[in-house]
Unconditional design. Structure first.
Lengths: 436, 171
């Protein structure tokens, strides 16, 4: 079982029930669970959406879209049924926070889903977990069954006449399905290929009905927003970035782990104090701040960097999924870039040509480059390829592959040059030359 | 339905599938989970699995294959009884995943997607499995093993060999 990390600087909101046995429904209720859903049932949809807007809670999947605003886009009247869809297809390399939510606090996901359903007037919600999370799906399924047994889900929830049902779903291995329209395709029993937008899911989503899609961490935050009030939740974070965030800190740190910190927390402090600094007495070389698709940051760029959507955006990267990957000075950035692009090449669904061809050529170029067969022009070619993928695909996977590549080439050009003309990699030995 | 009598799945799994197709607003939503659960029982998506799933969902076999080929966990060839999946993505790579993967290859004598001669183990290099903070991590079938070093490998493989022989003696 994954270890829970602790640090006194943490502000435990979403993770406050971790390690408390809250997967058991009675224990969850004892710890204050399902009170928020009952309150929402009494207060009604407009009140819920106002609280959500006041909370400044923004989507934890990566895009950072304000949750209250997203919910308010769903039309009140709809000829087709409305749905809530929870994205637990956590697959962004460097991110493992939802893993802990499903493991330790599955009822928070259910309660948040109920509240989202009440807010938009949906009677059915789906909780979709990636296929690899089978043991977590078992935990979620048990939690859902227990909630039905208590009358918290079903035809009349909490003794009211309001209906809300939840269906759990498993994926079967596909990063792309984490993209919201591909997620709907997968749930409809199809290949996980994205849809053209517009129409947006809030208008035409799952089975053609208006659909709200929220990340698991976002939805697990919702009961806490209701419990403490939107304004109080907002006050924990930084301006326009309400609340806390589960940061998955991984890589070359002394104490990797998932830590819950207020939005806007200093990244330097996060690495050196929360995670104990770089292991083995080495030095920091670079940080990937928000999962593998976010552009890399240099040590001098993180000194005064607050980890919220706006500040990281201003620094030229993204907060993304909150996956902080820490890289020490003994790491080959070319190899790291190659491993990153190999992932996107593997996961590209192949629909959009710039992504399908771009990731493939980038992988080929970087493979050759890392093996010492690169020529000077390759560096510019890699940059040219990546630049021409940006903004030219239907879903964000193309950008997700191009952005980090551009970051590596621009910020570590010298290291790329050190690999030129048959020189062996100064650091690594692992990725071998594929036959191209 | 006549399926019950001629199903290639065990009665438990067949009953589960009967319930699964009724669970969603649209029958086809059962497809991806059904394929995965079918594979869990049969070991891979054989022609017979594809045919029965297609019939149960009410779509063509071609449509089933079209969907199944998209998902990386679904396979059309048998794997070992225990499928060892080593994550080598960035967070695991930084903490020694490639050393781990090499050691698994040596220990098992097989490479990516290989199967041992006795059919006990197969090996796969996989993308991120969502255990980045407990890296390097692997999955054996659906079990996670995290914070590993090459020293753990023999013990892990022994555990599964033991499990297999315990199951064998019960039969």
């Amino acid at each position: 079982m994954p270890k829970l990390a602790f640090h006194p600087d943490e502000v435990k909101v979403v993770s406050k029930r971790f390690g408390q046995g809250a997967a058991n429904i009675d224990r969850y209720i004892e710890l204050g669970g399902y009170a928020a859903a009952k309150k929402c049932l009494a207060q009604g949809p407009e009140w819920i959406i106002e609280e959500m807007k006041a909370s400044s809670l923004r989507g934890r999947g990566g895009a950072g879209f304000p949750t209250g605003l997203k919910w308010s886009f769903v039309p009140k009247q709809s000829p087709r049924p409305k749905y809530v869809l929870i994205n637990g297809d956590e697959s962004e390399p460097g991110t493992c926070k939802d893993h802990l939510i499903f493991l330790h606090d599955p009822h928070a996901v259910i309660e948040g889903t109920i509240i989202a359903g009440l807010a938009i007037g949906a009677k059915l919600g789906f909780i979709y977990l990636r296929g690899e999370y089978r043991y977590l799906l078992t935990i979620m399924e048990k939690a859902v069954a227990d909630a039905y047994a208590k009358g918290f889900l079903g035809k009349g929830i909490f003794g009211s006449e309001t209906e809300f049902q939840i269906i759990t779903q498993t994926g079967a291995g596909a990063y792309e399905v984490g993209e919201e329209s591909a997620l709907m395709e997968s749930l409809e029993g199809k290949r996980g290929v994205p849809r053209i937008k517009p129409p947006f899911p809030a208008v035409v989503g799952l089975y053609g009905g208006p659909t709200v899609i929220n990340n698991a961490e976002t939805i697990a935050s919702v009961p806490h927003v209701i419990e403490m009030g939107g304004a109080a939740f907002a006050s924990i974070g930084s301006p326009r970035n309400g609340g806390t965030r589960l940061f998955s800190i991984s890589g070359h740190v002394q104490r990797p782990g998932v830590y819950e910190l207020p939005m806007g927390y200093n990244l330097h402090k996060m690495i050196y104090e929360i995670a104990g600094g770089i292991r083995g007495g080495r030095k920091l070389k670079a940080v990937v701040p928000g999962g593998s698709s976010t552009p890399v940051l240099l040590p001098e760029e993180i000194e005064n960097l607050g980890m919220d959507f706006d500040q990281v955006g201003k620094a030229g990267s993204m907060l993304g999924s909150g996956g902080v990957v820490v890289i020490d000075d003994q790491t080959c950035i070319v190899e790291f870039a190659l491993r990153t692009i190999s992932f996107y090449q593997h996961e590209s669904c192949g629909w959009c040509i710039p992504c399908r061809e771009g990731t493939d050529w980038l992988k080929k170029s970087l493979t050759r480059f890392h093996a010492g067969y690169g020529v000077t022009q390759d560096i510019d070619n890699i940059q040219y390829l990546a630049e021409n993928m940006m903004g030219r695909t239907f879903c964000p996977l193309g950008d997700a592959a191009a952005m980090p590549t551009l970051g590596f080439v621009k910020k570590f050009r010298k290291e790329f040059e050190e690999h030129l003309n048959g020189k062996p990699c100064p650091f690594a030995k692992h990725i071998e030359l594929a036959v191209i | 339905m006549s399926q019950e009598s001629m199903s290639i799945f065990s009665p438990q799994v067949a009953a589960r599938f009967d319930a699964l197709v009724k669970k969603y607003p649209v029958r086809r939503s059962a497809l991806v989970p059904m394929l995965l659960y079918a594979q869990d029982e049969i070991g891979y998506l054989s022609d017979a699995v594809i045919a029965e799933v297609a019939e149960r969902i009410g779509i063509t076999e071609l449509e089933v294959r079209n969907v199944a080929s998209y998902y990386s966990m679904l396979r059309f060839k048998p794997a070992g009884k225990y499928n060892v999946q080593v994550c080598t993505n960035i967070s695991c790579m930084l903490r020694g995943a490639y050393d781990l993967y090499e050691c698994f290859q040596e220990e098992l004598g097989i490479g990516h997607k290989g199967v041992t001669a006795d059919g006990m183990f197969s090996l796969e290099e996989v993308e991120c499995i969502g255990a980045c903070c407990w890296a390097p991590a692997i999955q054996v079938n659906y079990d996670f093993h995290d914070d590993l070093t090459p020293q753990h490998i023999t013990g892990i493989l022994e555990t599964y060999r033991g499990r297999a022989s315990a199951e064998g003696s019960v039969r």
